[in-house]
Design a protein around this ligand. Structure first.
Ligand code: FAD
Ligand code: MLT
Ligand code: ZN
Length: 483
């Protein structure tokens, strides 16, 4: 990848313009006039420490008008930009590749309104997901998205990546929940589509292009979203299961018997749980060891009703030997403890140095088969083993089974070209053959840029490019990424 010479290099004059525009000292991190490498570092490197950009300028606007003026100027001056939320993305989309200016949204963190009758919440893009959720919980509501990075990711970033998370099974995708978007186009135009309507059939639904657009056509500055009522009765169970086949049976039973109260169905293979045990000395909830574990959560409005359903379900799956052992959380602390067996995986996998991450949609029946085949491949290539000569530590699978979304992860001691060659295009071909998706929820960013063709045909890629050109004719928005 080479820096595109069509983009201007940042000069002290540009910086002067931004300082005058944004006023406050903390709104501009200036590495052009002085060395600011340390201050710029967190904005240049991503969560996995896999990607590193070389920006010399970070701008932190405080209002939609400021975003508009920044983009208008950048567009006129041919300055490339990267929109950045909480920088928790996992595909290298949120950091610069070269010297693109980072436009970080953290200062736009105001909640604008909440309607307790309709459940419609409107807020700036830079509100941290956990803050939005805490605010809503005080009003007996929840944000319809939850994920392990909630303490740092922003709702604008969530929408820009169309994040899926742990309860998509229950609340659905952001494509359905987001009712409106306010965004700024590269030429500074403010698109005010901050609708609070559930139904609005007045032509093309333009906001959908920003949902999952990954900052390539504009910057989201605010969102309006439908939030469900908080459920007073919550239960979490964790099961040991003897085979993937039985995990599928458990899922069918859960859907059938728990139906409307089922709020999450997550899968963890035994290896992920062993890694948790080893890396963070976690005491696992069950005594025995199993090749698979499932986490089931229910949320309902009537505790007695839910308990009865859950009890029947447990008796059934244990009686039929669909699950081998299980534990039901007795209080909030135990619930959090069980959830940490699932949510803690991501962080642990980075323990040895690197991790190759694949976030895939695969028909449920074959979902786990890919993990086995990938492990066999690594063994055959002599890359997987316990010693330092082997780059690969393990091959593991976990994910949102309820959404047919597998996270295939390969923790490694170092990022190694030989490993990469075994994995790609193997994984993508495997998925394409089954009409799956090479990105279920994390997006394409930089990592999957060369592989879009495995999930979208030529016509679709062509139309995506035409749309990109329409919104961003000069190509300043998040260049070098997937489009
Ligand atoms: P960033 O990482 O800053 O940006 C992501 C992309 O969006 C970039 O391309 C960026 O340019 C663009 N962007 C950011 N803000 C804006 C904006 N305001 N306007 C336009 N473009 C913007 N993802 C899931 O889907 N499900 C999960 O369960 C999940 N769990 C995770 C757990 C952990 C521990 C971590 C580290 C990540 C996880 N993720 C998950 C990845 C997920 O994509 C992000 O956590 C989140 O959605 C990104 O939000 P962010 O604010 O950090 O965005
Ligand atoms: C998750 O489900 O835990 C996230 O998507 C992060 C990951 O893939 O590790
Ligand atoms: Zn996930």
């Amino acid at each position: 990848l080479k820096r595109d010479s069509k983009f201007a290099e940042i000069t002290p004059d540009h910086v002067k313009f931004f300082k005058e525009l944004l006023g406050s000292e903390s709104a501009v991190i200036d590495g052009v006039n002085a060395d600011a490498a340390d201050d710029l570092e967190p904005f240049n490197s991503d969560w996995m420490r896999k990607f590193r950009g070389h920006t010399k300028l970070v701008l932190r606007p405080g209002s939609t008008e400021e975003v508009s003026k920044i983009l208008k100027y950048c567009n006129e001056q041919m300055l490339a930009v990267v929109p950045q939320g909480g920088n928790s993305g996992l595909v290298g989309g949120s950091v610069p590749v070269f010297d693109e200016i980072v436009i970080n949204m953290a200062r736009m963190d105001k909640i604008r309104s909440f309607d307790e009758v309709s459940g419609i919440f409107v807020a700036d893009a830079g509100v941290i997901l956990e803050n939005a959720d805490n605010f809503l919980q005080e009003k007996d509501h929840v944000f319809p998205l939850d994920l392990g990075a909630k303490g740092s990711c922003q709702i604008g970033g969530n929408v820009a990546t169309n994040a899926g998370g742990l309860r998509l099974l229950r609340y659905g995708s952001l494509h359905g929940n987001v009712l409106g978007i306010e965004a700024v186009l590269p030429d500074g135009t403010i698109v005010n589509d901050l609708s609070k309507l559930r139904k609005n059939n007045t032509g093309y639904d333009l906001k959908q292009l920003f949902i999952g657009g990954e900052g390539t056509i504009g910057i989201i500055t605010a969102i309006s979203i439908l939030c469900p009522q908080q459920s007073p009765a919550v239960n979490v169970a964790y099961f040991g299961v003897e085979s993937y086949e039985k995990c599928q049976q458990a899922f069918r039973e859960a859907k059938g018997q728990l139906s409307e109260i089922l709020s999450a169905f997550e899968l963890m293979d035994g290896r992920t749980q062993k890694i948790l045990e080893k890396v963070v000395s976690k005491k696992l909830p069950l005594e025995g060891e199993y090749p698979f574990y499932c986490l089931i959560e229910t949320k309902g409005s009537n505790g007695d009703h839910d308990s009865e359903k859950l009890q029947n379900f447990l008796e059934h799956v244990m009686g039929e030997e669909i699950v081998s052992d299980g534990v039901l959380a007795q209080d909030q602390t135990q619930m959090a403890e069980l959830w940490s067996c699932r949510e803690g995986i991501t962080e642990c996998l980075g323990h040895w140095g690197g991790v190759y991450k694949y976030d895939l949609s695969i028909p449920l029946e074959e979902l786990y088969q890919l993990v086995d085949e990938t492990r066999e491949r690594m063994i055959k290539a002599g890359l997987l083993g316990d010693t330092d000569e082997h780059p690969v530590v393990d091959v593991v699978g976990y994910g949102h089974m309820g959404d047919a979304n597998l996270h295939l992860n390969i923790p490694t001691r170092t990022f190694d070209k030989r490993v990469e060659k075994e994995l790609e295009p193997f994984v993508y071909e495997w998925v394409a053959k089954r009409n799956g998706s090479i990105s279920a929820e994390h997006g394409l960013g930089l990592t999957k840029k060369p592989y879009v063709g495995y999930s979208k045909d030529e016509t679709m890629v062509k139309i995506m490019k035409q749309l990109k050109d329409l919104f961003d004719p000069k190509g300043i928005m998040n260049p070098y990424k997937y489009i």
